[in-house]
Design a protein around this ligand. Structure first.
Ligand SMILES: O=C(O)CCC(=O)C(=O)O
Ligand SMILES: [Fe+2]
Length: 358
């Protein structure tokens, strides 16, 4: 599809079993097309065991039924690593409250940051866990899920590289060494709208338009729509849940190092309409190293020629510019502006600096 042809109106569905078969080239060609033209795709027949997906879905629903006191005990404002619980409307995108309730978790790593080192290294550190007595077995299953998703995402970036005629391990150098990687996920609940939630300005966003950092794998837990992706003309396209799939999307880092060939597509979530049940989802983020330099790879000329030339986006460009300059700084400033309470408490100087600039 050329840029001047019809823009996408749905997401491609790729069959992961082809990637490990004699049809691998067919898979790579479909992947390349998806990267060029959409930046988002569904993946079916993926390697995450069905039982694990069922368990994590079930826990994700139970998590929101924890007693309020237990949720508040592990609130994100306690954590310099921005891990834990966020109340409804506590997080912001582009300065507007996101009408969602969520838990942030990551691979369990110690905080090794020391005074004098770049401050963004302090983003890495241990989780805040809900007490086992309320949700037995959750921690073990969540960590297993993160481990499996981490391995899957490592396999996936090799396929992305191969699809762009790059050596398979080309993207790995932008990640931390395996045992130091701290991939993260969110477990999110978007309540349905009601007349009270419609603010005076009329804007209600589940999560506002944005681009992700590197590579994301989204599990849509129930059959409630809400995710929308902006096509290159600027129209919003629905991404309905499809049982047995993940939605995979490219973020800023991969876009930058592939010279814009793999597109970081803008997306948002709108809350379910009144009367519906809440939408629950689990985005898993493979994290780029905070210390990395976004040096572009030697993408072959014939691949670069096929890349899109212009893409409309409603996402915030301040974060993007910071990201291209220094990934770690962009990440911490993004966390500070999306969670001002935690920011003020743990990074008072940096927070004050940010306030003065705005
Ligand atoms: O919850 C979703 O469907 C997507 C969330 C998302 O885009 C994000 O948290 O980055
Ligand atoms: Fe996202």
């Amino acid at each position: 599809m050329e840029d001047n042809q019809l823009d996408f109106t749905s997401l491609p569905i790729l069959d992961y079993s082809l990637a490990h078969s004699l049809k691998k080239n067919e898979f790579l060609s479909q992947l390349r097309n998806a990267l060029f033209h959409v930046g988002f795709l569904y993946i079916k027949n993926h390697p995450i065991p069905k039982e694990l997906v069922t368990k994590i879905k079930s826990y994700s629903i139970q998590l929101f039924d924890l007693p309020t006191s237990e949720k508040l005990r592990i609130e994100i404002c306690n954590s310099p690593h921005f891990l834990g619980y966020s109340k409804l409307d506590a997080e912001k995108t582009q300065g507007i409250d996101d009408h969602r309730e969520q838990f942030d978790f990551g691979a369990e790593v110690p905080c090794t940051w020391k005074e004098g080192e770049p401050i963004y290294r302090r983003l890495k550190g241990p989780n805040q866990w809900p007490d086992e007595k309320y949700i037995p077995g959750f921690k073990e299953i969540l960590l297993e899920y993160i481990k499996r998703m981490s391995d899957f995402s490592l396999e996936f970036i090799q396929l992305i590289a191969s699809s762009l005629s790059l050596p398979p391990d080309s993207l790995n150098k932008f990640l931390d060494p395996y045992d130091k990687q701290m991939n993260r996920l969110k477990i999110v609940k978007y309540p349905p709208l009601n007349t009270l939630t419609l603010g005076s300005d009329g804007i209600v966003q589940g999560v506002g338009p944005h681009k992700d950092p590197w590579l994301t794998f989204l599990l849509q837990v129930n059959d409630v729509w809400g995710l929308q992706v902006q096509n290159h003309k600027g129209d919003w396209i629905d991404v309905p849940p499809i049982e047995g799939t993940f939605v995979v999307n490219i973020g800023l880092g991969i876009e930058a190092v592939t010279r814009g060939v793999a597109v970081a597509t803008t997306h948002r979530v709108i809350n379910p309409p009144p009367g519906l049940i809440p939408r629950i989802s689990i985005p898993f983020f493979q994290m780029i190293s905070y210390d990395t330099m976004l040096e572009p790879l030697d993408v072959p000329e014939d691949i670069i020629r096929q890349a899109p030339t212009s893409v409309v986006s409603d996402a915030d460009t301040v974060y993007h510019e910071r990201f291209y300059k220094n990934v770690g700084n962009a990440q911490i400033l993004n966390r500070l502006s999306s969670h001002p309470d935690a920011g003020k408490r743990h990074y008072p100087e940096l927070f004050a600096e940010l306030e003065n600039k705005n």
